[in-house]
Ligand binder design. Structure first.
Ligand SMILES: [Zn+2]
Length: 724
């Protein structure tokens, strides 16, 4: 599709069960954002869609883990995502969510229509069932050993180590992730999309670029690793894939369908349909028609994703769209590979990540600096790596020394020599070069054609080569620096003021060109440049297209006599301490560090006797959550006869009174503890001690001398409050 009429661009819907890290940002969001901003600068009709993916098993699992409801989980992350995207400048036209009614209706309509066409295959099959949890175990509810690579923590839908898509029945030694029990097989009915029947046209679509009867895309424009992954799926043979699950959280299978009770749509059926419902929502809000964006063959649909989602966007979603009928297919899916961090895979569970929200908190004024580093290291064709040292280096050498330095010199010198007014000069020397390295100074030779350079940048952006495009911009700035460095206007101003006018004018044209073309990459920097140049901010309404036209016609981008403003601050050096702090934070927050600390503790304990008792082996959250801890107040206390150690205490727990025998008589008199608020383990099995039935245990701290003290909350709580 060479000249699409309009573009619909999507970024992978982030799954609302955990925060965003920089790997997500560089994978599916920054890439799409740069592309979309570029299209807007070229005056294209483009809508940029995203939203939170809020259905499926992992949401309920996360909710159980955090001890809150699924609704609270999705709300928490949905609003966290919105903040992270807003603050990093990801410029969605709409950010929706798949828990909305509009989405549920849209997804159900898809299911209903495909069902009514008789495309689904109904199959009763044996599925793993957890008898303790009374639940079928699909996807993330079950794990075991991957049959392909031997990884022991593979999930029922996918192995995160080798990326293979799995079904629970393929797992070796499966266990329920809910209870840790070995599951049993039980019969259940599901609806399958017969992907095996789609193999033929999918192969044509992937390998030859056939979109529909009329339209083609160029398969050479697809990334090799994307095509490679798709081909290996097709070569392996496609199997019918269940589009429903036995779950309690998600989009219901339409109720009029027989046996639909308790059945939800498979999350990879409903999530991509989220792009469609988000487009509908956008259209509703802006008074547009959503249909052309999904149904007109002259629309270019492009999905930006990470490599773990390739099969869902290149095979399964196209098959769903085709089954529904009257929908276009993506013309490209420029998936990125993964970004690693400081030598390791980014891992949420090991807390080995740079979290976007934390970065924003620590570096509120350095958003473009992050965008810059993530773009110049974007994992476009192979995995890449983020390191804090590299972040510091690229900031200090490329942003501060190159771009920042060039712009600052131009603005400062223009203000100094010409009171901020763009100098007039001999038009003939414009754009035909200003300096020549061999000649060692000002010379008539072609060295920098802004027009050609920016055309090259465009070509790279159109091919999703964001690293290459950004490099061209930074090279333009580097050449601007050389222009000043070699001609030394600060010396030349006395001997040849006319030449300095030409040099400074050209330098100002370069800054102006950068102020427009840098917008997709570093939007806040573009704004600062425009303010310095005293030009209107870039609104992404065709400004780059206009600029290219002006350059092609040999027009000035910044008129002589235009008055610019004083310089404003662009970038500053990042010091070693700041970087070290981040490295320390990363290491101390991760499991790795815990292991290291464990070793250190052990080494220390060999040298001298441990002061306190050794920490007991880890327990699971489930173990912890079995304990019911409550606040209470001691309202009566008396010694238990014939003992030296025990006090009989009466506690007020708000809704009830409790009697507890406590071995604290050596340390406290009854009088001094009446009225104290304490924390009680309230569901400890009652025990009879010296004739007193003790209903629970008061939490105490014991110091290294063996002295006891109450865990006594600083704040006065309502008695009976839950402690967790
Ligand atoms: Zn595997």
């Amino acid at each position: 599709m060479i000249h699409p009429k309009r573009y619909l661009i999507t970024s992978a819907l982030p799954y609302a069960n955990g925060p965003l890290h920089i790997g997500h940002l560089s994978g599916a969001y920054l890439s799409a954002d740069i592309y979309v901003r570029f299209l807007r600068l070229m005056d294209k009709d483009v809508v940029y869609i995203c939203g939170s993916d809020e259905n499926g098993a992992a949401i309920t699992m996360r909710a159980k883990k955090e001890g809150i409801s699924p609704q609270e989980i999705i709300d928490k992350y949905h609003y966290q995502f919105i903040e992270a995207f807003e603050k990093t400048g990801i410029s969605f036209d709409i950010y929706h969510r798949t828990s909305s009614d509009l989405h549920k209706e849209t997804a159900q309509e898809f299911f209903r229509d495909i069902y009514n066409k008789g495309i689904f295959e109904e199959k009763e099959s044996e599925q793993y069932f957890d008898e303790k949890a009374h639940q079928f175990l699909a996807d993330r509810y079950i794990k075991g050993t991957c049959p392909k690579c031997g990884y022991e923590e593979a999930y029922g839908d996918q192995c995160e180590k080798c990326g293979s898509s799995l079904s629970p029945l393929e797992l070796i030694n499966p266990v329920s992730t809910l209870t840790g029990d070995k599951p049993v097989l039980k019969k259940t009915k599901h609806w399958y999309l017969p992907l095996n029947k789609d193999e033929g046209w999918l192969r044509e679509y992937i390998e030859e670029g056939v979109l529909n009867e009329k339209e083609h895309h160029d398969p050479n424009e697809w990334k090799n690793h994307v095509v490679g992954q798709c081909k290996s799926w097709l070569d392996g043979g496609l199997q019918p894939r269940a589009m429903t699950r036995d779950l309690d959280w998600g989009v219901d299978v339409p109720h009029e369908i027989e046996d639909s009770e308790g059945k939800k749509l498979y999350v990879w059926m409903d999530a991509p349909i989220g792009y469609i419902s988000a487009t509908k929502y956008w259209a509703e809000k802006t008074g547009n028609d959503w249909k052309p964006y999904w149904q007109d063959e002259e629309t270019a649909l492009i999905h930006f994703i990470g490599k773990d989602n390739i099969v869902f966007h290149c095979i399964i979603f196209p098959a769903i769209l085709k089954a529904k009928g009257d929908y276009i297919l993506p013309v490209n899916v420029p998936a990125n590979q993964f970004m690693n961090l400081e030598g390791d895979k980014i891992s949420t569970s090991k807390n080995w990540a740079v979290w976007v929200n934390e970065y924003i908190e620590d570096f509120p004024d350095n958003i473009d600096e992050l965008r810059y580093n993530l773009t110049r290291n974007m994992p476009e064709h192979k995995d890449s790596e983020f390191t804090w040292k590299n972040f510091q280096e690229t900031n200090n050498t490329e942003l501060v020394n190159n771009l920042g330095n060039f712009v600052n010199r131009v603005i400062v010198l223009t203000n100094k020599y010409y009171k901020g007014v763009v100098p007039e000069f001999d038009q003939d020397s414009m754009f035909t070069g200003v300096w020549d390295q061999d000649f060692g100074g000002f010379h008539e030779t072609e060295m920098l054609s802004l027009h050609d350079e920016l055309q090259d940048m465009n070509a790279k952006l159109r091919k999703f080569d964001f690293r290459g495009a950004l490099k061209i911009l930074m090279d333009i700035s580097a050449k601007g620096n050389q222009l000043l460095q070699f001609n030394e206007p600060w010396k030349l101003i006395k001997e040849d003021p006319e030449a300095v006018k030409a040099i400074m004018n050209f330098a100002l044209q370069i800054v102006t060109a950068i102020s427009v073309s840098i917008k997709p990459f570093l939007p806040a920097t573009s704004d600062k440049l425009r303010k310095m140049l005293n030009l209107p901010l870039i609104e992404e309404k065709g400004e780059l297209l206009e600029l290219l036209d002006e350059l092609a016609l040999g027009e000035l981008l910044l008129e002589t006599d235009h008055k610019i403003n004083e310089p404003v601050h662009l970038f500053s050096k990042i010091e070693d301490e700041v970087i070290q702090k981040q490295i320390d934070k990363l290491k101390s927050g991760s499991v790795k560090k815990e292991e290291k600390e464990e070793k250190t503790v052990k080494v220390n304990s060999e040298k001298k006797e441990a002061k306190h008792k050794e920490i007991k082996p880890n327990i699971s959250f489930d173990d912890f959550s079995k304990m019911d801890l409550r606040t209470g107040t001691i309202i009566e206390a008396e010694k238990i006869k014939k003992t030296d150690k025990l006090l009989k205490l009466t506690l007020d727990l708000g809704d009830e009174k409790r009697t507890v025998a406590s071995g604290i008589a050596e340390y406290f008199t009854p009088e001094e503890i009446i009225g104290k608020q304490i924390v009680l383990l309230a569901n400890l099995e009652p025990r009879k001690i010296r004739g007193v039935v003790s209903q629970g245990m008061i939490l105490m701290a014991e110091d290294s001398e063996g002295k006891l003290e109450f865990i006594n909350p600083d704040t006065k709580f309502e008695d009976g409050s839950v402690v967790r």
